[in-house]
Design a protein around this ligand. Structure first.
Ligand code: NDP
Ligand code: PYC
Length: 338
């Protein structure tokens, strides 16, 4: 039985925050980055949990992310709000602009947050869940690196382009889904490689375009979109809306800019925020109650809602602590010592 360690959420958060502060990340940013990483670990989202610390430190050491960047909000009182991350991490930029976005969505019914020039490594559920907790529905998306072949092609061109949706619920965790538009996130393939495990069939092709279950060959070849042409179209939409439309990098340009996949990508991100009460105002119906009818009918069939696994993992981690492997704990110790 491999040795494991149990650590409380607060202790892990503080350790991860200090790792980033020690390498010069501005305290607000260190906290925001540590939060999204530790929340991922807490919710058993391993592909965007503490495994990501190493990648963040690598990009900091390479000087390709600004550790002390202060996000700059550009708000002209319209429905589109911009926050320039100024080459810093996306997470502090989102949190700097979140309250303005919520206020604007409530006053205009719909508002968009454009995040410019950010280093983006994290899961998107974090942001849409935070908005849903304020009663705001949202869609969030960003490009990544061109790891993924469009359906019908075999050359990497599209990003793993995550897409997330959050919907507020009364007295329940919000309804949240968040997925890569590739069959799996790149981080999942990397975790299989590290564990010496094969990946499932249908995730990727090798550099000759042949199906592969070897994670090394997959990382060297092209990942595939989920749902064939449907995922390919959604991924293309993500490139267009959060790359081309914003005048920020698309996934291919992001890769060319960094010059390789060893470093995490820098590009923009788009979050659309909608106030359900504004949209339903003339209908005489309560949108949250209507939504509840659908969500409980899904549950009544025995189907689970997206994020339920995460919320269950969260409850357990907050009650019993977060379980880390010996290797993960040793790596944390090492990050603190160097
Ligand atoms: P998964 O395939 O693991 O999960 C996708 C979604 O589907 C989750 O909301 C999940 O909920 C839900 N889900 C899974 N199984 C079921 C089921 N049986 N019934 C109902 N719902 C289900 O995610 P991916 O591997 O595609 O992506 C992982 C993460 O990677 C995401 O958080 C994404 O944001 C991130 N990512 C980030 C990128 C970036 O550039 N920053 C790029 C690509 C991905 P649950 O969690 O509860 O299982
Ligand atoms: O897991 O695909 C991924 C990913 C890319 C950038 C951050 N995460």
């Amino acid at each position: 039985m491999p040795k494991t360690h149990v650590i409380s959420y607060a202790a892990l958060l503080s350790r991860v925050e200090n790792i980033f502060k020690r390498v010069g990340v501005r305290p607000d940013s260190a906290r925001a980055v540590a939060r999204v990483i530790v929340d991922g670990e807490r919710d058993n989202c391993k592909s965007h949990g503490i495994y990501r610390i190493e990648g963040c430190l690598r990009v900091l050491a390479a000087g390709k992310v600004e550790p002390d960047a202060e996000p700059e909000i550009r708000d002209l009182g319209k429905s589109v709000i911009e926050v320039d991350a100024r080459g810093g991490f996306s997470n502090p930029a989102f949190y700097a602009a979140k309250d303005v976005l919520v206020t604007r969505a409530r006053s205009h019914g719909i508002a968009a947050l454009v995040i410019r020039d950010c280093l983006h490594f994290s899961a998107l559920w974090h942001d849409v869940e935070a908005l849903a907790e304020e009663g705001i529905a949202s869609l969030s998306m960003c490009p990544s690196y061109s790891f993924v072949a469009p359906a019908g092609g075999k050359e990497p061109l599209l990003g793993t382009n995550p897409f997330a949706f959050g919907w507020p619920r009364q007295g329940e965790h919000p309804y949240v889904f968040d997925f890569a538009t590739s069959v799996a996130a790149r981080g999942e393939i990397e975790l299989h490689r590290r564990a010496g495990k094969l990946i499932p069939e249908g995730w990727a092709v090798d550099r000759d375009g042949k199906p592969t279950t070897d994670p090394e060959a997959a990382l060297d070849g092209a990942m595939l979109t989920f749902g064939g042409h449907k995922g390919s179209a959604i991924s293309t939409m993500v490139e267009l809306l959060s790359g081309a439309m914003l005048g920020e990098f698309m996934s291919k340009e992001a890769l060319d800019f960094m010059g390789g996949t060893d470093l995490l990508p820098r590009h923009g991100a788009l979050i659309l925020a909608l106030d359900p009460n504004t949209f339903a105002a003339n209908s005489g119906r309560d949108p949250i109650a209507e939504g509840e009818r659908l969500l409980s009918a899904i549950g009544a069939q025995g189907a689970r809602l997206p994020s339920e696994r995460r919320f269950t993992a969260r409850r357990k981690a907050m009650r019993d602590g977060i379980v880390l492997s010996d290797a993960e704990m040793a790596q944390l110790d090492q990050f603190e010592a160097t």
